[in-house]
Design a protein. Structure first.
Length: 318
């Protein structure tokens, strides 16, 4: 375990963490970091936050996701505590993800550990909230009609972190399924390996913008600028899923045509526990059960490592 000088200062809205080489600001309202400053250089464009939505594909159950207001799901902090130890700081936030007028979509606890060398560990325990159900409910009498069991969805789109970074962080290296995008049910055209590319190349410019650029079964992903300054995500004990594209899910979903997308002014680095498969429901059967993200409880663990220099193998940072 790395040791060194690290201190934490708590305010009503933030937890500020300082060391000799970095300043991190934890935003209680988003339950994630709003600033990661390394060597006087900011890595974030806006506060990172948790996300369950993806820009719908033609095959997706768009009506049920819309009825459940998944596009409007946001983090609502319930409580946050901070604990200081020799060489590291622990932040524990309990939060819900929900939309206006809805019971929670997700109920979760995120435990962030920041070490004196700048490395960040995230351990998240989450469960489906009262606002959603994976079970189709058939009322048997009048009383059943008034039972609030949550909005039915066949599966969640995803669960993970959304990290928006400035536009200059436009390079991507990763070890996982590539070089084309891949999903749990669509990856035979990909293979496991180490790849280097540009964030712009990860985006597929469909006439009707929709989810793209995702990578299934990945071990690390490194988004950086020309000098090597950037952010690494590493799976802890198991692979994770990710994408790094120029648009957010909400921006993609809101654009009827590709020319109506906003100007490219950022890199959206999505670090996911899991994303549902893409299926073929627009012209065939619904997504197979084994490719659906419909877990009632799950745990998501990942390491985030800000780096000042170019890396060939991020595992060397551990």
């Amino acid at each position: 375990m790395p040791f060194g000088t690290i201190t934490a200062e708590e305010t009503n809205k933030t937890i500020n963490i300082y060391s000799d080489r970095f300043i991190y600001i934890y935003d209680k309202s988003s339950c994630g970091f709003s600033s990661i400053e390394v060597s006087n250089k900011e890595l974030l464009k806006k506060p990172m936050t948790f996300n369950i939505f993806r820009a719908p594909l033609d095959n997706d159950p768009k009506k049920s996701w819309k009825d459940a207001l998944l596009n409007d799901s946001a983090v609502y902090e319930q409580s946050t505590i901070v604990e200081e130890y020799e060489g590291y700081v622990v932040i524990i936030s309990k939060f819900n993800m929900s939309a206006p007028t809805m019971f929670p979509h997700i109920e979760a606890t995120a435990e962030w550990t920041v070490f004196a060398d700048g490395n960040i560990d995230l351990h998240t325990n989450a469960k489906l909230g009262k606002g959603l159900t994976f079970r189709q409910y058939k009322p048997e009498n009048m009383e059943d009609l008034f039972q609030d069991i949550g909005k039915y969805i066949p599966y969640l789109p995803r669960f993970g972190l959304t990290i928006e970074m400035p536009r200059e962080f436009g390079l991507l290296d990763y070890f996982g399924m590539g070089p084309s995008d891949s999903y749990c049910d669509r990856n035979h055209a990909s293979f496991m390996g180490k790849f280097s590319t540009k964030v712009d190349n990860e985006w597929t410019n469909y006439v009707k913008p929709q989810e793209s650029g995702h990578h299934y079964n990945s071990y690390w992903a490194y988004v950086h600028n020309q000098e090597g300054l950037g952010l690494v995500a590493i799976g802890e004990n198991e692979p994770f899923e990710f994408s790094a594209i120029p648009y957010s899910s909400k921006e993609i979903a809101a654009a009827p045509h590709s020319f109506e997308l906003p100007n490219k002014d950022k890199t959206v680095f999505s670090v996911d526990y899991k994303m549902s498969g893409v299926g073929s429901a627009s012209c065939g059967p619904m997504l197979k059960e084994k490719y659906r993200f419909n877990e009632n409880e799950f745990t998501f663990n990942v390491k985030l490592i800000p780096t000042e220099q170019a890396l060939d193998d991020p595992f060397e940072m551990l």
